[in-house]
Design a protein around this ligand. Structure first.
Ligand code: TPP
Ligand code: MG
Length: 566
């Protein structure tokens, strides 16, 4: 006989899960006890939202299944933002929760709420498991849905009445097959489609390749592809770090022009969401499309391509390399070379700008000064997490080429602290730096306690402009300068860190930064509360993102879109 709580823990163990992120509660404590018995680490946090964010970052960075265990009722509702964020970012997660025992259901039990209904639209699978003999099957199937076996990956949610967790099941009803990790499915593209794609690729004079999350495990194949096929390559935040920032074809500073001028766009595991202007003909006026991936959003979402290549990015890229390596005609390099020169120039200008940027009218340093120092100090294998409004925008531009996570397409402020903690716990020997706006830092600031208790070695950098500044700027520009509820003055984040047992320093002068960064990296966990100016207008702010234009995410694209419609 085996207790159900133990069976759940054993399933996780067999599936290579070595840690769960959780916050205690009577409804799930039987699971906790079994996890402990089996040696699965419980990272106990201070808010369930942080637990889900941590499971998310852990999964993204390790390619293992991220698991969060949250208690019934408010534990589960606290987790909703984290689940929604993972859903939008298409991150496989397993969320396990408890619900009141069956005999009390529908009677007004403690912590009772229709949990499965609440998460239905933000999960790939959501069920209540009320019978012991279904537990193992449900776990196996939920994980398959989460991992996106032939569908969109994302969070799966299971909850268990606490009395079920306490039940026993006979060995004869335990299906051993359910413990086995299935082989990763490889979908091979058809030869005919590969030929159609190569025909378009070799004809193109201005080819642009863009990667997304579906390409995350295809770094080597992508590199081989770029060896045989000269093009302009762009990553997107969800595939940041796949190709080294020194690669000659990686041109992050040419995004706008590349989209405008490309005659062929090849997307690899990437949906055409707002960051890629929904693939609009107004924004990509010249381009044919080839799209590859394994999900409808990657293959067809928003724009049917000329060539649709259903297949796993590794298999597709390898097949293309096979043909291209023997058939490549000498392409027109002129555009690519022009783009390379302009990209290098833009990047050098940015480095220069980061060194010299003068302070704002308020006398405080520009965020680029801070980012310039961080850029110089950061080891090559560092993991960078960015969170914030303006500061996220500056960080995303300034710290290219690193392993990187941020608020994602859900724009989910507050991920920084929990993402950083999970990253450091997954990779204790690597530097992890969280670049956070002061407003964003506040959401999960209490998790500094979790950071210290679990020995995560994070450096937190808070860009303190005393404001929700990207919104404050919007009020200045669009609402007659009326500043309402967007200022956050007088917070001492270094003091807050110290009160939670994390080393904290306030920095006002950019000259102090290099030494302060050394001290922080040598005495982790540590927080630098860096006073920055509100006068800095970030790239996102300039592009109109905070204004929320009608048809596109950015004002220039919105104007092009409107012009096309007229
Ligand atoms: C959870 C959540 N609440 C509100 C917003 C809207 N929002 C986007 S950016 C921003 C300001 C962020 O301020 P801060 O982190 O201090 O960064 P700054 O712009 O000042 O650099 C806000 C409130 C959001 N995206 N997510
Ligand atoms: Mg701020």
């Amino acid at each position: 006989m085996e207790q159900i709580s133990y069976l759940i823990a054993r399933f996780l163990k067999e599936r290579n899960v070595d840690r769960v992120f959780s916050l205690c509660g009577g409804h799930i404590l039987p699971i906790w006890d079994s996890l402990h018995t089996l040696g699965i680490r419980i990272i106990d946090v201070r808010d369930e939202r942080a637990a889900v964010h941590m499971a998310h970052a852990h999964g993204e960075l390790t390619s293992r299944l991220g698991v969060a265990v949250v208690t019934a009722g408010p534990g589960m509702t606290n987790a909703v933002t984290g689940i929604a964020n993972a859903s939008v970012s298409r991150v496989p997660l397993l969320i396990i929760s408890g619900i009141p025992p069956r005999p009390q259901q529908g009677m007004g039990a403690l912590q009772s709420i229709p949990q499965v209904d609440i998460v239905r639209f933000i999960t790939r699978y959501a069920r209540t498991i009320s019978r012991a003999e279904h537990v193992l099957r449900e776990l196996d199937e939920a994980v398959a849905y989460a991992e996106g076996h032939c569908g969109e990956p994302g969070p799966a949610f299971l909850d268990f009445p606490t009395d079920v967790l306490r039940e026993y099941i006979p060995e004869s009803l335990i299906d051993q097959m359910r413990f086995r990790t299935p082989d990763a499915a490889v979908i091979r593209p058809s030869t005919e489609r590969i030929r159609a794609a190569t025909a378009l690729l070799t004809k193109s004079k201005r080819p642009l390749v863009i990667s997304g999350r579906g390409a995350r495990d295809a770094g080597e194949s992508l590199l081989n592809f770029l060896d045989v096929f000269r093009c302009v390559y762009l990553d997107t935040p969800e595939s940041r770090g796949l190709i080294n920032e020194d690669h000659p074809l990686f041109m992050p500073a040419m995004r706008g022009r590349a989209m405008r001028e490309a005659d062929l766009v090849f997307t690899v595991g990437r949906s055409l969401d707002f960051q890629l202007a929904y693939g609009s003909r107004a924004v990509f006026p010249e381009a044919h499309f080839i799209r590859t991936g394994t999900t409808p959003s990657e293959l067809r979402g928003n724009r049917r391509p000329e060539v649709e290549l259903l297949g796993s990015p590794i298999a597709v890229l390898d097949s293309l390399v096979e043909i291209l390596k023997d058939n490549i005609t000498e392409p027109d390099h002129k555009w690519i070379e022009e783009m390379q020169v302009a990209d290098r120039k833009n990047r050098e200008n940015l480095v220069q700008k980061m060194r010299e940027m003068p302070p704002g009218k308020d006398g405080a340093m520009h965020p680029y000064r801070l980012l310039g120092c961080v850029h110089e100090k950061l080891p090559g294998n560092a993991i960078v997490i960015a969170d914030g409004g303006d500061f996220l925008s500056f960080s995303r531009i300034a710290l290219t080429g690193t392993v990187y996570l941020d608020c994602g397409p859900f724009g989910c402020l507050g991920v920084g602290v929990p993402f950083g903690i999970a990253a450091s716990l997954a990779f204790p020997d690597r530097s992890v730096v969280v670049m956070s706006g002061d407003g964003s830092f506040g959401f999960n600031a209490i998790e500094l306690d979790t950071c210290r208790r679990h020995g995560a070695r994070v450096v937190f950098i808070v860009a303190n402009n005393g404001a929700w500044n990207i919104e404050r700027n919007d009020q200045k520009l669009s609402f007659g300068g009326r500043i309402i509820g967007t200022e956050l003055e007088g917070c001492d984040y270094a003091g807050l860190a110290q009160s939670l047992g994390v080393r904290g320093e306030r920095i006002e002068n950019p000259e102090e930064l290099p030494d302060a960064l050394d001290r922080a990296f040598n005495n982790t966990p540590a927080l630098l509360d860096v006073m920055v100016t509100r006068d800095a207008v970030s790239p996102d702010s300039k592009s109109g993102l905070p204004v929320v234009p009608d048809t596109q995410a950015l004002t220039v694209w919105d104007e092009l879109e409107m012009a096309r419609r007229e």
